[in-house]
Design a protein around this ligand. Structure first.
Ligand code: CTP
Ligand code: MG
Length: 230
């Protein structure tokens, strides 16, 4: 069913159920603090501050549901559910928790410093009729493909490459259809592309970077401290 019209609800789905293996802290990444505040709280605060989101579903590890409820803003608009083993499982759990959405914004807790204005721009594109919208930035490194032995097999034209961020926005029926296919993907738009749907890019924002490694966490801390001292 296509229930996306310009006043149907925008529901943000926040995957926060990952283990944070690459970050290597002693707790799941979304619960690690940046500038004193857990990433998942920063991400939810950013979504609320955008003014573009009606409800938020946060997917967390099963043992951290109560902690998440305690650290998130006490609001009827924010709900915590149990995520899954893979990111796609977590997003699927979020979709199931908000079956009445007209639009979904899927937004990683790990992109904790995403500017609210970027979130609002993605939502505005959806309300204007786009069915799949992702923030994108030009790629600064040259990217190569390699085979199993690490031998270079190709160098895609960098001008045609983009690094994709979140929030990724979708008409709800399109994302639901994409998740009915049972494939794994590193982003939600990847599943939508496989349905043959057109995915539009809008300019991303460097501050929407994903906190993945200890170096990323240092960068995020530095940015928070700098923002505090102005
Ligand atoms: N995520 C999730 N459920 C999973 C795996 C990931 O909700 N089973 C979420 C993470 O919490 C994060 C986002 O998806 O907010 C992006 O994933 P990633 O950066 O890979 O985070 P982690 O999986 O936690 O990190 P790592 O891969 O290093 O373990
Ligand atoms: Mg991961």
């Amino acid at each position: 069913m296509n229930n996306s019209d310009s006043d149907s609800p925008v529901v943000a789905l926040v995957p926060a159920a990952g283990r944070g293996v690459r970050l290597g802290e002693n707790m799941p990444k979304a619960f690690v603090a940046v500038g004193g505040t857990p990433m998942v709280r920063l991400a939810v605060d950013g979504l609320l501050a955008s003014g573009a989101v009606d409800r938020i579903i946060v997917m967390v590890p099963v043992e951290l549901v109560e902690s998440a409820v305690a650290l998130l803003p006490p609001s009827d608009a924010v709900r915590v559910v149990v995520g899954g083993a893979e990111r796609t499982d977590s997003v699927r759990a979020g979709i199931a928790a908000a079956p009445d959405a007209g639009y979904y914004l899927v937004h990683d807790a790990a992109r904790a410093l995403t500017p609210p204005a970027l979130i609002a721009r993605v939502a505005a594109e959806l309300r204007a009729g786009r069915r799949a919208v992702v923030p994108a930035l030009p790629v600064v490194d040259t990217v190569k493909t390699v085979d199993q032995d690490g031998v270079v097999t190709g160098t895609p034209n960098r001008a045609a490459l983009r690094a994709i961020q979140t929030p990724q926005g979708f008409a709800a029926d399109l994302l639901r259809a994409a998740y009915e296919t049972n494939v794994l993907a590193t982003d939600d738009a990847g599943l939508v592309e496989r349905l043959g749907a057109e995915v539009h890019t809008i300019p991303g924002d460097p501050m929407a970077f994903k906190i993945t490694t200890p170096l990323d966490l240092m960068l995020a801390e530095t940015v928070c401290n700098a923002a505090r001292s102005v």
